[in-house]
Design a protein around this ligand. Structure first.
Ligand SMILES: NC(=O)C1=CN([C@@H]2O[C@H](COP(=O)(O)OP(=O)(O)OC[C@H]3O[C@@H](n4cnc5c(N)ncnc54)[C@H](OP(=O)(O)O)[C@@H]3O)[C@@H](O)[C@H]2O)C=CC1
Ligand SMILES: O=C(O)C1=N[C@H](C(=O)O)C[C@H](O)C1
Length: 263
């Protein structure tokens, strides 16, 4: 059931959380309530009319931690309500991001400069791991990505690993590096997903939260870049930062590294 509060106070950013009953939603609601200058005005759940709830609550920023099948619809509904959006949910493609960019452009034409930040990972260790991997990628003959998660996760490979693989692939293309060598002739199902030419392996294991390794190899040497989120609290500084930033950052931003000026 949706709950809202009314009566805006001037200096605060009014925040709605979509997927409020989920693992990330619950943690985000608590982080928003604890953060200076943020006020939690709506907890939105499956079946709610997102545009109506956000408008009634006077939400300035919607934070989406729902499901890959729902997140794009939620973002359009939030933009219809005149809210900026911070998205942590995975499952985005060039096409769905393009439709959000078009929606933002239409709102800007109507005189409303809104921002959307889509970040596959809000954890600093994961953001830095992706940036470091992209920096290192051109210097190694081989690169593969392993992501490891709790077994209740809906999607594979993870949004973070997909984002990392694209960044690594782009860096290697820009530097003219050849594809990773691979003499595999059979058993391709054991070699992981092909994401932009980079092999990505997904592990699901009880006890894990969210973890990523980028393996880079040359003759006689290996570099392993690894990050671990042991607790969902690790995502919260990034979420709070994105909420504060998005109100002054019109248009679409993809990846927290760009908010942190690491991109
Ligand atoms: N960017 C980041 O740093 C992180 C991103 N994630 C991503 O966030 C997403 C959510 O993860 P997690 O919290 O673990 O998942 P959960 O399944 O724990 O929570 C998802 C919540 O969203 C609800 N929901 C589903 N569809 C809708 C909808 N259409 N409108 C509103 N609410 C909806 C679910 O309700 P119900 O149970 O009724 O279906 C549930 O309460 C995933 O895509 C995950 O990969 C996770 C961690 C960090
Ligand atoms: O589902 C999760 O838990 C996580 N999802 C995101 C992803 O798919 O990359 C971020 C983090 O890895 C946790």
């Amino acid at each position: 059931m949706t709950s809202t509060t009314t009566a805006p106070t001037s200096a605060t950013i009014r925040v709605a959380v979509l997927g409020a009953d989920g693992r990330m939603g619950r943690t985000t609601c608590a982080a928003v309530e604890a953060a200076d200058g943020l006020e939690l005005v709506a907890r939105v759940e499956q079946g709610d009319d997102v545009t109506a709830v956000l408008a009634a609550a006077g939400a300035q920023v919607a934070v989406d931690f729902t499901h890959p099948s729902a997140t794009e619809t939620n973002v359009h509904a939030a933009l219809d309500a005149g809210a900026h959006v911070v998205v942590g949910t995975t499952g985005w493609t060039d096409e769905s991001r393009g439709r959000v960019a078009d929606h933002l452009a239409r709102r800007a034409d109507e005189g409303l400069d809104l921002g959307v930040i889509i970040a596959p990972n809000f954890g600093l260790s994961a953001v830095l791991a992706g940036v470091f991997a992209a920096q290192a990628a051109r210097y190694f003959e081989s690169v593969e990505v392993i992501e490891l998660h709790h077994p209740d996760k809906a999607d594979a490979p993870s949004g973070t690993a997909t984002h990392t693989a694209h960044a690594v692939a782009a860096a290697r293309r820009a530097a003219g590096v050849a594809p990773s060598p691979d003499a595999t002739e059979s058993g391709w199902e054991a070699r992981g997903a092909d994401v932009d030419g980079v092999r990505v392996h997904a592990v699901r294991l009880r006890g894990l939260v969210a973890h990523e390794e980028i393996l880079l190899g040359n003759v006689g040497e290996q570099l392993v870049i690894r990050q671990d989120s042991f607790d969902r609290a690790s995502f919260m500084p990034g979420v709070v930062l994105a909420v504060r930033e998005v109100v002054g950052r019109p248009g679409l931003t993809v990846g927290l590294e760009n908010v942190l000026d690491l991109g």
